[in-house]
Every structure is written in structure tokens, then in C-alpha cells.
Design a protein around this ligand. Sequence first.
Ligand SMILES: Cc1cc2nc3c(=O)[nH]c(=O)nc-3n(C[C@H](O)[C@H](O)[C@H](O)COP(=O)(O)OP(=O)(O)OC[C@H]3O[C@@H](n4cnc5c(N)ncnc54)[C@H](O)[C@@H]3O)c2cc1C
Length: 276
Amino acid sequence: MNMETNEILIARAKTVIIATGGAGRLHYQGFPTSNHYGATADGLVLGYRAGAKLLYADTLQYHPTGAAYPEQIFGALVTEKVRSLGAKLINVNGEAFMHPLETRDVSAASIIRECSDRGNGVKTADGVGVWLDTPMIELKNGEGTIEKRIPAMMRMFGKYGIDIRKEPILVYPTLHYQNGGLDIKADGMTNIENLYVAGEAVGGIHGRNRLMGNSLLDIIVFGRNAGKNASEKSKSVELGGLTLEHINKFASEQKAAGIETDVVSPKLLPNYARRK
Ligand SMILES: Cc1cc2nc3c(=O)[nH]c(=O)nc-3n(C[C@H](O)[C@H](O)[C@H](O)COP(=O)(O)OP(=O)(O)OC[C@H]3O[C@@H](n4cnc5c(N)ncnc54)[C@H](O)[C@@H]3O)c2cc1C
């Protein structure tokens, strides 16, 4: 669909590579997200309806430090560089409750536990967070470090009158990465002939969890692999007739399972996204 004109176009292809990215904009469990507006798991829906298998679709990665305040940047990424430069996570009582350089899953779980189970979060108008003690960076590394090493963070908060060199910021975990997705074989193809997947839409490249920094590596390596193989395979494929039979089949299986829903998917964009 041409989203500017709403015109529907039909693309015929001998091989297809799904590369629709992640799912943060589905806001699982009501969490905010660092993802762009298109991250609504469309590829998983499209692939699944065509009969492709999912792998670890239940596993999402929370980045431990999303902005919890101000509201305008709720969920936006506060890079791990901030903690690596010496900022510590601090609860409402001024206590450092965890080692600042734990892995993402441990840090995120620790922040959530501190706020929910222990009641040590800092309440905001819309939610809760913990302090990330950014002035500590300048105390440890000298004046000017923040401007030099994390200028984007300084600008992001500066727009809302928060000088992170002088004031700590409030953070809370944010949906960041879809660990699960469509299952592929070594050549990048799903169990459906001629349907390939690359990027974050692939399930389990890193297992059920992921360490920071290696998604871009995987999308390049596995994306190239899928591209090369899909291209090669297309040479021996004959175009068949166009059909929506798989959708009809999916709908009747859904009905047989007693599932009635008015949910529209794929979603393309979240409901709150402005279309113009
Ligand atoms: C803020 C942030 C910082 C990150 N930093 C790092 C980092 O430093 N290192 C690292 O390794 N990883 C990082 N990641 C993760 C990494 O960037 C992503 O995993 C990666 O970019 C995903 O690439 P992709 O091509 O699979 O998907 P995307 O880049 O999300 O691209 C998918 C595209 O498909 C489009 N699309 C979706 N649905 C449809 C549809 N139905 N029809 C047509 N088009 C559709 C989307 O609009 C989008 O343009 C970061 C992620 C975020 C959110």
C-alpha cells in the first residue's frame, strides 16, 4: 500500500525477504519503547499467516535505561555509554542498588524490582523511574566529558530544560529488541519455500536474549546471506498464480479454534501515529 495515496499495488516476486524489523510499538505489558513507529511485528504476522514457524516469539529485550521523564521522550533510549562513563543507577533513597555495568536483562530486572517489589522508585506524573546520576560523570572524568562523549544525550534532555551535567535524569526499562521472530534455516529461508527473513524479524539469532551492540552485525551478515541465497534461488523459480488462499485458510483455522477478534493486523503503525 502506498501510504501517501492509500493505493494498493501488487508485487509479484519469485522469492521474498521479510525485513520488517521489531515489535516495540506493540507496547507489550504496557511498556514504552525505543523503537521507531513502524516496529509493529508486521513481518511476523505476514510470515505466520503464510505458514512460517515462529521461534521464541515471546522474548523481548528491555533496554534498562529508557527516558522516564519528561513525557515527550518517554521510552527514548539513554545509551549505555552513560553508565560506562560512570553514571550510577540510584533509587529514591539515594542508594546505588545495583552494579551499573550489569548486562541488560539483569539491569532491567533490577530496576523493575526496585520500583515494583521494593517500592523504591521515584514517582513521576505518569509512572515511575530511578535516577541515573549523570553529574557523577563530570565528577569522575572532569568537566566537559558529557559534552564531548555523549552530546546527543545532552541535547535530548537539554531541549526540555534538563542539564544532565548538573541534574540526574529519570530512567525506566523500555522495549528495545525483538529476540524472537520467524525461524530460518542456514540459508535464511523459512520452512515456506522461497520465503526468506533478515534482520530483527528473524527469530533467535542470539537465542532468547542478546548482548548489546551485536544486532547490526547480525543484520549485515545474515542479511547478506539471505539476499545472496534469495537471489540465487529466484533463478530457478517459476512464478505461480497469485492467491490469498493462505489467508482464507488462516481465517478458517482461527474460526475453528473459536477465536473471534476485530484486531486488524498487520498493523503498519500504532493507532496513535499521525498519518500525515
Ligand atoms: C534506539 C536504538 C538504538 C540501537 N542501537 C544499536 C546499536 O548501537 N548496535 C546494535 O547492534 N543494534 C542497535 N539497535 C538495534 C538495531 O538497530 C536493530 O535491531 C536493527 O536496526 C534492525 O534492523 P532491521 O533492518 O531488521 O529493521 P528496521 O531497521 O527496523 O527496518 C525495518 C523497516 O521495515 C519497515 N516496515 C515495517 N513493517 C512494514 C510493512 N508492513 N510494510 C513495509 N515496510 C514495513 C519499517 O518501517 C522499517 O523501515 C538499536 C535499536 C534502537 C531502537
